[in-house]
Design a protein around this ligand. Structure first.
Ligand code: ADP
Ligand code: ADP
Length: 234
């Protein structure tokens, strides 16, 4: 479970008296197993709010509690450990271009100190989950956008996180590969109960995959809605 308690982020601004709240004090609870969407115009604060959940952005106030642990109170070493429970995927995939698919997926496990045998086993498992076992020795440049994003998903999934944060995961993709990525995320949510928090500006992505979505405007959540009828993407 993710609990945001009056969390906010303030940036300096040349005009508005020096400061403005990219995210105003926000409280929000996301249950384990939810697929939660954050939608809104560019600049609304979606990405900042998402990055507050794993403390990629340090909040200027408030608490971020994931699985009962208050991340804002942790030491650097404790936070590094807690972040293994929170995977992240990005619009531009953020794969390392000089590493193979296998080594990209292995990356977080190496940092976490896994043995080579365990890493090799887990990499194969994760590539099977995203249906890319036959690309294990390819380099990112040899893959389509959708395949790159599925490698990103396998990398996020490798340490068996409870949460995956997705920042515009399909915005760089065409409709067909968008569907393959959304199907993959749905499957991971269903099979492993991984909570997914996803930023998007595309309403059809929200309708396709989310259980709930928050609309953000100017750093505030202005509405939260349950999504009932899941659409099939064309
Ligand atoms: P969204 O994801 O909805 O497009 P962001 O969270 O990226 O919005 O940005 C929210 C606001 O915060 C925007 O006005 C953006 O320009 C500003 N912002 C984001 N990051 C920084 C930063 N590092 N320094 C200053 N302003 C920032
Ligand atoms: P085990 O006790 O053997 O880990 P689990 O039922 O926990 O069994 O998991 C079964 C398989 O699913 C294992 O290969 C495990 O690594 C994988 N798995 C478990 N949780 C997750 C998760 N959150 N994300 C991805 N894979 C997971």
């Amino acid at each position: 479970m993710i609990v945001l308690d009056q969390v906010y982020k303030r940036y300096s601004h040349p005009d508005q008296n020096g400061w403005f709240d990219a995210v105003h004090p926000t409280s929000l609870t996301i249950d384990q197993g939810e697929v939660f969407g954050l939608i809104g115009f560019s600049g609304a604060g979606k990405s900042t709010l998402l990055r507050l959940i794993n403390l990629l952005e340090r909040p200027d106030g408030g608490k971020v509690i994931v699985d009962g642990q208050n991340l804002t109170s942790l030491s650097t070493a404790q936070l590094r450990k807690a972040r293994q429970n929170i995977g992240m995927i990005f619009q531009q995939f953020n794969l390392l271009s000089n590493l193979t698919v296998a080594d990209n997926v292995a990356f977080p496990l190496k940092i976490a100190g896994w043995s080579t045998a365990d890493i090799n086993k887990r990499v194969k498992e994760c590539l099977a989950i995203v249906d890319l076992e036959d690309r294990i020795n390819h380099y990112p440049a040899q893959l389509s956008g959708g395949q790159k994003q599925r490698v990103g998903i396998a990398r996020a999934l490798a340490p068996s996180p409870h949460v995956i944060l997705a920042d515009e995961p399909t915005s760089a993709l065409d409709p067909f590969t968008t569907r393959s990525v959304l199907d993959c995320l749905k499957e991971i949510n269903k099979q492993f109960g991984v909570t997914i928090v996803m930023v998007t500006h595309e309403m059809q992505v929200i309708r396709n995959i989310c259980n709930r979505a928050a609309l953000m405007e100017q750093g505030k959540i202005v509405e939260i809605a349950e999504i009932k009828d899941h659409q099939i993407l064309a």
